[in-house]
Design a protein around this ligand. Structure first.
Ligand code: FES
Ligand code: FE
Length: 397
């Protein structure tokens, strides 16, 4: 359990202790109070179209299989852990199978998790096979094709959890004429820093002109003028950040209802964070998988447009690669500066406080639970930590 008291880690003027990113006990407490008690994104229905389709991923740190039942078509989220002696039973990132067979001693499970067979079973007396299926998460629900699961049998419904964020997810799902699909697969990155740094960096417009200077310079060369991104961030009143409640937030730079993104190929008209582990940037689903206090995996899934031509979708992939690919002009800069250098700097602990107060004095309550901020404010970070604080302490910030 936590070695530090989470209620001491955020001050009223929004200084945040560095321990929030480094303390292993706090990480363990987060797994319990955030990841084992709230709705977690696990997969998209386009990955699970046929009976027997599955993906493997993580719910918090716990390995799971998200599987479409071959019999009744239901989606189950199963712990990827053999009931015999604990080996994970499925290794592929996605596929189609009617069963999962553990490689250690051959116990076999149906794709709904039930135990189908024990090898050489005369060696056991009195095992209750009905009790020995893969453990299922008690709640699975989806919104606009995005599948979420919860370890908690009771609590707010998915729709209650999503609240003001739900219409944004609906807009995401309508990007192509017939919807979206994640059929290009995942592009995975891993870094030695805390998972919350990835969430914080997802809507951090303050950093763009600094970390992505070289990208802006290349763009300026190409178009023959400084690109308007930084000017828009600092002065365009239509670019804004929104605290959507429950830890969710958005940066709007187009029309979030119509999906109008001013003609950028594949891109959404907003960036979006769904608490605690799902983000949308450009044309990408970003699934954040915490591994330990100082290690994180992020899976990036470019969203292809159903009903569009191969050329159109290939174009979306090329745009994704040009910024986020290993030789891209942006993603690796974020890993270097926003994750690696922050993790490095946080090893200096004599004065252990960071500032997330940018724009606090100009937050504007919308009257319906949402809070509006300027594009360059740290409002999305505060939105996230308000829910984090609530989950970790039961109190309000
Ligand atoms: Fe799976 Fe033994 S650990 S069959
Ligand atoms: Fe960035």
């Amino acid at each position: 359990m936590a070695t530090v008291d989470p209620s001491t880690l955020i001050t009223d003027d929004w200084q945040v202790s560095g321990q929030i990113y480094t303390d292993p006990g706090l990480f363990a407490a987060e797994q319990e109070r955030v990841f084992r008690s709230q709705w977690l994104y696990v997969a998209h229905e386009s990955q699970l179209r046929e009976p027997g389709d599955y993906v493997t991923t993580y719910a918090g740190t716990q390995p799971v299989i998200v599987s479409r039942d071959g019999d009744d078509g239901q989606v189950h989220v199963l712990l990827n852990r053999c009931r015999h002696r604990g080996a994970s039973v499925c290794q592929a990132e996605q596929g189609n199978s009617s069963f999962f067979r553990c490689a250690y001693h051959g116990w076999t499970y149906a794709n709904n998790g039930s135990l189908r067979g024990i090898t050489y079973d005369a060696g056991y007396a009195g095992l209750d096979r009905g009790e020995l299926g893969l453990v299922r998460l008690p709640r699975v629900a989806s919104h606009a094709g995005f599948v979420f699961a919860s370890f908690a049998a009771d609590g707010p419904s998915l729709e209650e959890h999503l609240g003001h964020a739900a219409p944004y997810l609906t807009t995401v799902s309508q990007q192509g004429p017939e919807g979206i699909r994640l059929s290009a697969g995942g592009h995975n990155i891993e870094f030695r820093a805390n998972w919350k740094l990835q969430i914080e960096n997802t809507i951090d417009n303050y950093h763009f002109g600094f970390v992505h200077r070289s990208f802006l310079d290349v763009l300026a060369d190409r178009i023959g003028a400084p690109p308007p991104i930084v000017k828009n961030i600092l002065t365009n009143p239509e670019w804004r950040t929104v605290d959507l409640g429950n830890g969710h937030s958005a940066h709007e730079f187009g029309d979030p209802r119509s999906g109008n993104n001013h003609g950028q190929l594949g891109d959404l008209p907003f960036n979006l964070i769904i608490f605690p582990n799902l983000c949308f940037v450009g044309a990408q689903v970003r699934h954040v998988l915490p591994k330990s206090a100082d290690r994180t995996q992020v899976r990036l899934y470019p969203m292809l447009h159903e009903g569009e031509s191969e050329e159109h979708n290939a174009g979306i992939l090329r745009v994704h690669e040009s910024f986020f690919g290993p030789a891209g002009m942006g993603g690796s800069d974020d890993v270097e500066v926003a994750f690696d250098r922050v993790a490095d700097g946080l090893r200096a602990t004599e004065h252990d406080w960071l500032y997330l107060s940018r724009g606090l004095h100009r937050e504007e309550p919308a009257g319906d639970g949402r809070i509006i901020g300027r594009a360059d404010d740290e409002l999305p970070q505060r939105a996230f930590y308000r829910q984090w604080f609530r989950s970790m302490t039961g109190g309000e910030k």
